[in-house]
Write a protein that binds this ligand. Structure first.
Ligand SMILES: O=C(O)CCC(=O)C(=O)O
Ligand SMILES: [Fe+2]
Length: 238
């Protein structure tokens, strides 16, 4: 990425620091009889620096927004990893790389799984455009941001984009983050569907042991207006 902008090789990597973060999210999208009425994942951009996505090899669903149109991501290339630019790369590159908005649509007949690994700099490192990406002809577009990941979640839960507040004009509004329950495994039951979510910890997901996972239960709960929401203690099956 640095080389493609004619910048120092390590200029982005140096920002990751000693305690760079890697968080894995295992997504399970059950079949949904009304794909026209519900989304698997609402439109969002990732708060990471980069995200590595392994899509379901049989069921499509991921779409990216470009010029006000949604584009499907094909799955024809087996075992391909999709590398997505996240907000923190947009900030560090001073907007040369854009963090695209994407969503996941549901399928009426088939379930879909995906794994997203979010790679981010050490949260203690402030994020700002690297020197080489700012010049007289390209003024600095983003301000210095502390702990981008936390700000991202606060904004995300309100359906807003933190990157917009990272531009130089708008101030960040610091508000308390929604409480997330310490339970590790959530099963949300909506009629015959279930959604499996993993917070920090480890659990079994479709026969694989899942470790080091982080996602945001309150946020997901908003996406699925569950008629009945049942949470189970870690490790138990419904
Ligand atoms: O399911 C996918 O293909 C992508 C998931 C995604 O965008 C995410 O977990 O942030
Ligand atoms: Fe995403």
């Amino acid at each position: 990425m640095a080389r493609s902008l004619n910048l120092e090789d390590n200029c982005f990597l140096d920002k990751y620091g000693e305690r760079a973060l890697m968080q894995a999210r295992f997504n399970f999208f059950p079949p949904c009889p009304r794909p026209d009425r519900s989304l698997g994942l609402k439109p969002h951009a990732d708060g990471s620096a980069i995200t590595i996505v392994l899509q379901d090899k049989e069921v499509e669903g991921l779409q990216f927004l470009k010029d006000d149109q949604w584009f499907r991501v094909p799955i024809q290339l087996p075992h391909a990893l999709l590398i997505n630019v996240g907000d923190q790369s947009e900030v560090m590159s001073n907007g040369f790389f854009k963090s695209p908005v994407h969503r996941v649509v549901t399928n009426s007949e088939r379930e879909r799984t995906s794994v997203a690994v979010f790679c981010s700099p050490d949260p203690d490192n402030d994020i700002e455009p690297v020197d080489g990406a700012v010049s007289e002809t390209r003024p600095r577009l983003y301000k210095k941001v502390q702990d981008y990941g936390s700000k991202y979640l606060q904004y995300y839960q309100k359906g807003k984009r933190a990157i917009e507040a990272a531009t130089k004009i708008l101030p960040f509004v610091d508000e308390p983050t929604a409480q997330s329950t310490p339970t590790s495994v959530f099963f949300l039951k909506l009629s015959s569907f279930s959604l499996f979510l993993v917070n920090k910890g480890s659990a079994f997901f479709k026969g694989f042991e899942v470790k080091l996972c982080l996602c945001n239960p309150p946020d997901f709960a908003l996406q699925y207006t569950a008629e009945a929401c049942v949470t189970f203690p870690f490790g138990e099956k419904p």
